[in-house]
Design a protein. Structure first.
Lengths: 252, 252
DNA sequence: TATTGACATTGACGTAACGTAAAGGTGTAA
DNA sequence: TTACACCTTTACGTTACGTCAATGTCAATA
């Protein structure tokens, strides 16, 4: 898949200006320049951008990021493991901040007392490092599954952003489906991924989910020509493929 | 307890310069100035600074923070409860990012496949969150919770046929709207048809209908840029056109 | 008492990571 | 061929401070 600046921006949730800026400072250069001067980005650049955004999320400045990712010794897989540890630490700090606000609410209700210092717990970076030193690998074992479960739970109780999320999910369904159809295997990982995304979309639309209704809906996509057209426009045969993928998905 | 700039900074984990800057922009003024010109902060200022840092943590810019905390209607306790909700949402987003990095690690190990879009899950969400921080509150204040909650309650109990009809209706709304906008006349037959289709769509989504809520929702389409973008992508100015058409439709 | 060193003050300029606007070329669908 | 949404470069604007610089203050110590 190839991307222009705006497409890549939409994919990653950043502006086209940001992508041009990243080119300007030499942190993310396009794979090639089209005959008309357009920046074209490919798979390698998508993956690098993901790395960059992980670092950015963790508060690393772009100059440092540049040095890190352009270093010949840069090890992407190792970096990801470090991101993981840092993100877990960030979560710990966020938990402290959440406790802080809960305590402060209790304070306003006169239920407890608090020192001034306590009122700023979770803001200080220092605490992050302490936590990181204290725990480390244990955190992963402790939170590993829990984290994944929570991420899934997220989809069920987001409320105000449903409209937006629905749009983005349906886009994802189409995107995944487009790639999945090429594999020709509805039971494969991509096919099942598409079915899973589709399930998530349904859950959001209906507020609940059950397998039978899901399978029925997928069948309808094949029976109703309007829906068939909707899905087939991304790839011929996509509606049938999705129905088959969902049939497998819901039967296991 | 009284604090000078540096002491307060150490307490809160920020620099003395930051505290002076907050004085400069009028966001946190000292309780008094000592005989030698030193800024002296007291209990009230400590609590206000805590509030400011909560907002800052949630990505609110200082200018907005100033407007919020200096507003005569500012309710500290209520603000804390909002902080709590937003921080929990932030944690959910962080969990998505953590899940993302875990999945990406699995990808490098060849255990799973991932779409490009998946590689940016948890980053994008942040944009939505920021958007919501910016606009969500205003929208709620202006239109009340029920407008959003109702559009969210969306389809708890919808049959397959309803779902089918809903999808085709929303398509028809967009289609009709696209042509209606070209006429330039919201009160014309096409404009009114779009409004009527929109009414049917709402009736289906909400399970009921009333004119006031309809007009409010249409107004929201103009005020909230996410909705505006959704309608304007079919035709620039479509959101405004639809609002006008609905205004006329609901007033007769 | 004089000195030291860590604090405070007000400018004022620097900077990171973009946003935004201007002026123009490109791709494609109607 | 006209519209329109995309692309380009250039360039100045903005936010939230960091970082001197020049100067005054406070508390402890030699």
């Amino acid at each position: 898949m190839e991307y222009t600046v705006q497409k890549l921006g939409r994919l990653a949730g950043i502006s086209a200006r940001t992508i041009r800026y990243y080119d300007e400072i030499g942190i993310l250069k396009p794979a090639r320049i089209s005959s008309s001067g357009y920046r074209i980005y490919g798979q390698k650049e998508v993956d690098l951008l993901q790395q960059i955004l992980f670092y950015r999320e963790l508060g690393v400045d772009l100059d440092s990021i540049k040095k890190i990712v352009t270093a010949p010794s840069f090890d992407g897989a190792k970096a990801l493991r470090e991101h993981h540890i840092k993100l877990l630490a960030k979560r710990e700090q966020l938990d402290i901040l959440i406790k802080n606000v809960e305590k402060t609410i209790a304070l306003t209700e006169g239920r407890i007392e608090m020192t001034d210092s306590e009122k700023f717990e979770g803001f200080k970076q220092k605490l992050i490092e302490e936590n990181e030193a204290k725990y480390g690998k244990e955190i992963k074992e402790k939170y590993g599954d829990d984290v994944i479960d929570k991420s899934n739970a997220y989809l069920n109780n987001m409320s105000k952003e449903d409209f937006d999320r629905m749009n983005s999910l349906s886009e994802q369904v189409l995107e995944t489906l487009a790639e999945a159809v090429k594999t020709g295997d509805p039971s494969g990982p991509l096919g099942q991924k598409a079915a899973d995304l589709h399930k998530q979309w349904i859950s959001l639309c209906w507020g609940h989910y059950n397998k039978e209704a899901h399978a029925n809906l997928a069948q309808m996509y094949v029976d109703d020509e309007r829906f068939t057209a909707y899905y087939d426009k991304v790839q011929p045969g996509a509606a049938v493929f999705l129905r088959d993928a969902v049939k497998i998905y819901t039967s296991k």
